[in-house]
Design a protein around this ligand. Sequence first.
Ligand SMILES: Cc1cc2nc3c(=O)[nH]c(=O)nc-3n(C[C@H](O)[C@H](O)[C@H](O)COP(=O)(O)OP(=O)(O)OC[C@H]3O[C@@H](n4cnc5c(N)ncnc54)[C@H](O)[C@@H]3O)c2cc1C
Length: 371
Amino acid sequence: MLRDLARDFADEEIMPYAAQWEKEGEFPQAAIRKAHDLGLLNCTIPEKYGGAGMSFLDEVIVNEEFGRGDPGFSTITGVTMLACHPVLYGGTEEQKNEYLRRVCDGKYASYCVTEPAAGSDVQGIRTSAVLDGDEYIINGSKMWIGGARYADWFFVLARTGTENGYKSLSGFIVDADSPGVEIGKKEDKMGQRCSDTRGITFTDVRVPKENLVGLKENNGWMDAMVAFDRSRPMLASHAVGNARGAMEEAWKYANERETFGKPIFEHQSISFMLADMSTKIEAARLLTYQAAAAIDNGEEVTLKAAHAKRFAADIGMEVTTDAVQIFGGYGYSEEYPAARRMRGAKIYQIFGGSSQIQRMIISREIQSRLS
Ligand SMILES: Cc1cc2nc3c(=O)[nH]c(=O)nc-3n(C[C@H](O)[C@H](O)[C@H](O)COP(=O)(O)OP(=O)(O)OC[C@H]3O[C@@H](n4cnc5c(N)ncnc54)[C@H](O)[C@@H]3O)c2cc1C
């Protein structure tokens, strides 16, 4: 029922508008509001904070349908949940009651980790937070922050000590309207253009010390990594959904388009390409379900989440590229969704930990189990 609800929502509220959102770079406020009203957003926030209290498996089922609707739409809905994870898992009851509830009331949040000079190397961040009486003073710049312009609050990773590396990192909840917060210009992106992405500068931003996540200094690395582990299955489901959308559209087209007197589906190189797309999507979905179920069962998830994210991102790129091929020249235009899906697929290999970083995690995790 949940899948049907999300699929119908995507059919009716996302797919008819996605090309326009992409063309205009339009943030789809009305559609997000409808998804919120249907209870399809922020699935895993417990009911006691106003959320749906669903499982992570439910979350990836819903989010695959969002990705099938449009990858940009799914990213918009995903970033708020990404920001919530550190609060959900490391925050105090007061923090959860205040900030998760705001999200469940329909507000957005952003996850602010990446900086101009530190992306994959999270431990290289330089934003600082210095305690001054009952407040921390935050200074620094964040880059590529999804939903920054629309967010009500930010999860901000900052350095609370002089030590380099992960040990002196701390997580903060920063209200978006705090004096000293400056939101940068909208990034002119290759794809997922409806998803608003910007830099943020923090200049002497004062944050009450109660907004230190979990009231624990130097726990920020753990806060940020928990968020990555718990959001990677969701990102994988977006990539799977986008790939599935591309395959379904290409399959339909392959039965309509004729060359040499027959539908191109009847050329074996085309039908085999579609068959391979389907196998890849099925395999990526199963890895995604496995990772989501591991979280639900309280099992170790880092390795499973990395497998799912890496594989779904990479097959997502392959499948959408093949879909463009099946559409031929029309695939290279905006007349069909194939080009938008191919551009949208690329980012899954980059954000939330690139495919190279996922391979590092996978090899490290397995190696550590051998020794
Ligand atoms: C559209 C978009 C939205 C984003 N949203 C957010 C957000 O909401 N919040 C947020 O905090 N960040 C966000 N990001 C940032 C994103 O997570 C980073 O771009 C990503 O982590 C990569 O960092 P980088 O761009 O600095 O690339 P770099 O870290 O400079 O990497 C460049 C290349 O080198 C590779 N590489 C790096 N290190 C290694 C290594 N050790 N071994 C092998 N290869 C390596 C990478 O895989 C990549 O291919 C977003 C980025 C984009 C483009």
